[in-house]
Ligand binder design. Structure first.
Ligand code: DLL
Length: 443
């Protein structure tokens, strides 16, 4: 069947047609785009230029897709070291949007988009939604955060371009979310899976039966979740739950998404070139092996990313999906190879907590992060040892210190956390590496 017919036969939006490109044509397109992006980054991005020179590589050395493995990696550290605009390949006058995500210490990492980049981003989101069976006429509530986080605006533009009616609630205020879902006849919900679980619980408390709502799809991502969470969500509401994946450095949500077969997430390979590498050696692994996902943006203008080490552990699945899409699929992301935590969809590195505490007088460099899940929502408590002098001081001084720590953490993490002050030497010491994080969440 030709691809347009196939797309319409499966009820897809016309924008999904690239999902069915025959594989040889897709590989040809990837190579052409790979060569163009490597040439662009070599011309415009100093760091990439010098790494290519160090390896004695020129853009012309990329003759086929196997040559991609010769290219240098890019890491989160590179974004931090070139903060804020050092990896841009477009002049600021061509940039129409900036987003930011947590870095490993105080400063965030910054990502930029030209108008063409926003259009590509929108188009991949349309393809995600179409793959979830959504279309013109759906009412899509976007409860991912709007702002520097890519979730809200990314999903919003895609849903609007799909022809759906968008309800841009952003995160928070569960009672209002539930009221709008009910009153506006919302048919699809976009949010983190744990937030949706929280909404299910809250709806039950309010006497709203989630199974009675016209909701039929949930597009959940931004944090790891499991098959058992999917079952739980689908048993307690009327939604079919879809996994959507993405990261700011590459584009935001929309790098990959499940289709209705739920056999892995299709990667929009015409824009993002995937590889799986050994997380320790960086060596390329064959399809079907578990390892770290490495992505290259094939069409990004403002900030191309070459062989970006996502730190997300997954595998590329072999074989074709029953839906007929030729795009390769990846498995769920179950874990990361670094220490990044995801709390209510917000990325947090223990090192950010540490650098914030180091700025505050009266604290000791001993702290512990305790993660729990209350009413389906992640909670983070930071226990901080304070100097004996502080502890002997008046209550007011301790409260003042607690407030300062709270303020500093809110500022650095962009997340409300609890702060508990504890006496010096009261936190358990480990013999080797300090155990900074105690994760009591259960999936
Ligand atoms: O979380 C983008 C996004 C928004 C994706 C909304 C999906 C939905 P960042 O804040 O840069 O971007 O965080 C990216 O979150 O490297 C993964 O570790 C994790 N992550 C994102 N989606 C999933 C998922 C957005 N479906 C980091 N499953 C990534 C597991 C996910 N982890």
């Amino acid at each position: 069947m030709n691809s347009i017919l196939q797309a319409s036969a499966t009820g897809c939006h016309p924008a999904s047609v690239p999902d069915y490109t025959p594989i040889p044509q897709l590989r040809e397109l990837q190579l052409k785009r790979m060569q163009a992006v490597v040439a662009r980054a070599s011309r415009q991005v100093k760091l990439f230029q010098s790494r290519m020179a160090d390896r004695g590589l020129a853009p012309e050395d990329i003759r086929d897709l196997e040559d991609v493995a010769k290219l240098p990696f890019t890491e989160k550290r590179d974004l931090r070291d070139t903060y804020p605009f050092g990896l841009f390949a477009s002049p600021m006058k061509d940039v129409v949007r900036l987003h930011a995500s947590s870095g490993t210490t105080g400063k965030p990492i910054v990502v930029a988009y030209t108008k063409e980049d926003v259009d590509v981003w929108t188009s991949v989101l349309v393809r995600c939604f179409a793959g979830c069976g959504l279309h013109h006429g759906d009412v899509i509530q976007v409860a991912y955060g709007y702002g520097l986080f890519t979730g809200g605006l990314g999903a919003h533009y895609g849903a609007e371009a799909l022809g759906a009616a968008v309800v841009p609630t952003s995160g928070g205020n569960a009672d209002r979310q539930i009221m709008l879902m009910k009153d506006f006849g919302v048919t699809a919900m976009c949010c983190t899976p744990t937030y949706f679980l929280h909404l299910i619980d809250r709806a039950a408390e309010l006497g709203v039966d989630m199974k009675e709502l016209p909701l039929r799809a949930g597009v959940f991502g931004a944090e790891p979740w499991t098959e058992s969470m999917r079952r739980h969500i689908e048993n307690r509401s009327s939604v079919e739950a879809f996994d959507i994946y993405g990261l700011s450095e590459i584009i935001g949500p929309g790098v990959a998404c499940e289709c209705r077969c739920h056999q892995g997430l299709h990667i929009f390979e015409d824009h993002f070139y995937p590889e799986i590498v050994d997380p320790v050696t960086g060596e390329l692994l064959p399809d079907g092996s578990e390892g770290e996902l490495v992505l290259t943006t094939l069409s990004k203008q403002a900030m191309p990313m070459i062989r970006y080490r996502t730190r997300d552990i997954t595998m590329l699945l072999t074989g074709q999906c029953k839906c007929g899409r030729t795009l390769r699929r990846m498995g769920r992301i179950g874990r990361r190879s670094d220490d990044m935590l995801i709390i209510r969809g917000v990325n947090v590195f223990p090192s950010q907590v540490e650098s914030a505490l180091l700025e505050i007088e009266g604290t000791l460099p001993n702290y512990q992060i305790i993660l729990t899940r209350e009413q389906e929502l992640d909670q983070m408590e930071v226990q901080v040892e304070v100097t004996p002098h502080m502890f002997n001081d008046k209550i007011g001084a301790l409260q003042g210190l607690q407030g300062r720590i709270q303020g500093a953490l809110d500022h650095v993490l962009g997340l409300r956390v609890r702060v508990a002050l504890v006496e010096a030497n009261s936190l358990a010491r480990s013999e080797g590496k300090a155990k900074r994080v105690i994760d009591r969440r259960t999936s």
